[in-house]
Design a protein around this ligand. Structure first.
Ligand SMILES: [Zn+2]
Length: 557
């Protein structure tokens, strides 16, 4: 106390002395203004800070990879930089944080099918790959969806055979819950028309009882035969796939299901990247207490570029099967309600075990019954063993659960990372399997937000681009243009916050990223159009023109 008083007297005396020194000798002279030198200034923009007021600035000052300050153009009188960017009125906003995605390295045998628009196109990709690899080599692929194919149907065994009669082929549908395989792949897997369905899966048959090539939920019965890829080919393509996210404006991801062994690759890439990369966090998949032991002491470890995130638990399946675990039977499928990936008792033990070990969890729950069960279990767990700021969250939340479930989520701070883009890209699946109120409220966002639940938006690579998610979140439209449950729509500002700051929050990183505020990492993107005022129908056409990570320009179109 006493020394404080003395100190303040000294400061006061000093201040009086200094101010008397600063008295100008004449009233005409102007004091020298010392401009502060910084690394980067972006000005003349419409800068969405995504701060608590969603305030809009004109100028942002960046130094040492972080935001110094945002404000109006008068900041140019205080700061100067050799790197001054005129935004020309364009939107600058925080980079997207995709809090649920899957990025992999791909082997040479792999073909990307996410953008394919017809079975004919898929066939030509298979043909080209078969020529490149030669006969008998496996061809794999991912990302087709009958909803986007001109033929309006799924590719079947015969379609693959026609393109590459001498190669075994297995192509996984977008979402990963089914695959189509060729005749030679079926033969190698010794699957005949008489083979019974594997547990939890379906070998589809045509009207004559012959396998049509589609395997649902257990396509691993064929996929296990695909030879392992080399470490070198995987790591090279993984780095390219991570880098490609920057062009979509994604500056941070949480990769949602990795095995501990795969982490080595990420560590190697991030320790010495040859191209710019987004920031990554990892959700390790939970197998068993021993299997995860390797990770145990590492959870939460990492730095601003690569860190270990929450544990991933798979509770049910998806809608491509469908396999999501629902309260009421699926449309026109008898009393079928999907299923849990494990017996309920086992699930309860597992969630408790992970919570008690002190981990955060990101839990895959798609069907309303799965969501209700997980929330009931977590509420019991948290009542028994409360933990401040656990930030457990549900991945997906694709069906709207009972009111009581959302009330419990709010009460126990159980959050969500949700994919509104599913409403758009999986429209056909929802229409085939749900009806009425359940169909209208697929991928609800407004209702959980109104219950006080924290909801982040992410892609789950269906597709990766964040603008599809934002479009669907505000329009509630499927690919056909049909509107599903307009009462679940949110505003574009809410969607942007959910794709930036809330994503950072789920990763315990809201203090370092997710908004453009002093001290935070300068992870930012420039958009071609004004996303706040654009017609909803134009949002998916907006182009990411520039991406900055830590104040460095890492992508420019
Ligand atoms: Zn996923």
């Amino acid at each position: 106390m006493k020394s404080d008083k003395i100190r303040s007297i000294i400061i006061l005396t000093l201040a009086i002395f200094l101010s008397s020194c600063e008295q100008p000798e004449t009233t005409e002279s102007t004091p020298d203004i010392v401009m502060e030198q910084v690394d980067l200034i972006l000005t003349n923009g419409k800068i969405l800070t995504v701060d608590s007021e969603f305030s809009i600035a004109n100028t942002v000052i960046v130094n040492d990879g972080r935001i110094v300050v945002t404000g109006d153009a008068s900041l140019l009188e205080q700061y100067e930089s050799r790197s001054l960017v005129d935004l020309d009125g364009k939107i600058l906003m925080p980079g997207f944080i995709d809090s649920h995605t899957h990025i992999r390295g791909r082997p040479e045998r792999y073909i990307e099918l996410g953008e394919t628009e017809s079975i004919a196109e898929i066939q030509s990709l298979i043909r080209r790959k078969a020529d490149e690899l030669g006969p008998d080599e496996w061809i794999t692929g991912y990302g087709w969806s009958e909803d986007e194919l001109a033929e309006g149907r799924r590719p079947l065994r015969q379609d693959l055979d026609a393109a590459a009669p001498r190669n075994p082929v297995t192509l996984t549908r977008a979402g990963g819950h089914s695959a189509v395989v060729s005749t030679s792949a079926l033969e190698l897997a010794e699957i005949t028309d008489a083979t019974p369905d594997p547990e939890g899966g379906v070998i589809e048959r045509d009207d004559n009882g012959a396998a049509n090539g589609i395997i649902r939920e257990r396509q691993g019965i064929v996929g296990r035969l695909v030879p392992d890829s080399t470490y070198e080919e995987l790591i090279a393509s993984l780095e390219i796939n991570l880098n490609a996210l920057l062009a979509k404006g994604i500056t941070s991801i949480t990769d949602a299901s990795k095995r501990p062994g795969e982490f080595v690759m990420f560590e190697e890439i991030y320790s010495n990247p040859s191209i710019p990369l987004p920031r990554s966090a990892w959700q390790f998949q939970w197998f068993d207490p021993e299997g995860i032991a390797e990770v145990k002491e590492r959870v939460g470890d990492g730095d601003e570029f690569l860190k270990i995130g929450p544990i991933k638990v798979f509770v049910d399946g998806g809608f491509t099967g469908p396999a999501a675990y629902t309260l009421e039977p699926y449309l026109n499928q008898g009393d079928y309600r999907g299923y849990l990936n494990m017996p309920e008792k086992e699930l309860v033990t597992m969630l408790n075990e992970i919570h008690d070990a002190g981990w955060q969890m990101g839990i895959h729950a798609i069907g309303d019954a799965a969501i209700e069960l997980v929330v009931d279990t977590l509420a019991d767990t948290l009542n028994r063993s409360p933990r401040e700021d656990h930030r457990h969250y549900l991945n997906h939340f694709s069906m709207r659960p009972p009111e009581r479930t959302m009330e419990l989520m709010s009460e126990h701070s159980i959050h969500i990372t949700q994919q509104p883009n599913f409403t758009y890209t999986l429209e056909g699946r929802y229409v085939a399997n749900l009806d009425g109120w359940r169909l209208e409220h697929n991928n609800p966002i407004r209702s959980p937000m109104d219950h006080g639940i924290t909801v982040a938006i992410s892609s789950d690579i269906l597709p990766i681009g964040p603008l599809v998610g934002i479009y669907a979140a505000i329009s509630r439209k499927g690919m056909s243009g049909r509107v599903f449950g307009a009462d679940e729509a949110i505003s574009v500002e809410e969607a942007i916050e959910a794709y930036t700051l809330t994503g950072a929050y789920l990763g315990f990183e809201e203090d370092i990223k997710g908004s453009l505020e002093p001290g935070k990492l300068a992870d930012m993107i420039v958009l071609s159009e004004d996303i706040l005022t654009a017609d909803h129908e134009d949002i998916m056409n907006i182009v990411v023109e520039k991406t900055y990570v830590g104040g460095k320009l890492v992508y420019s179109n």
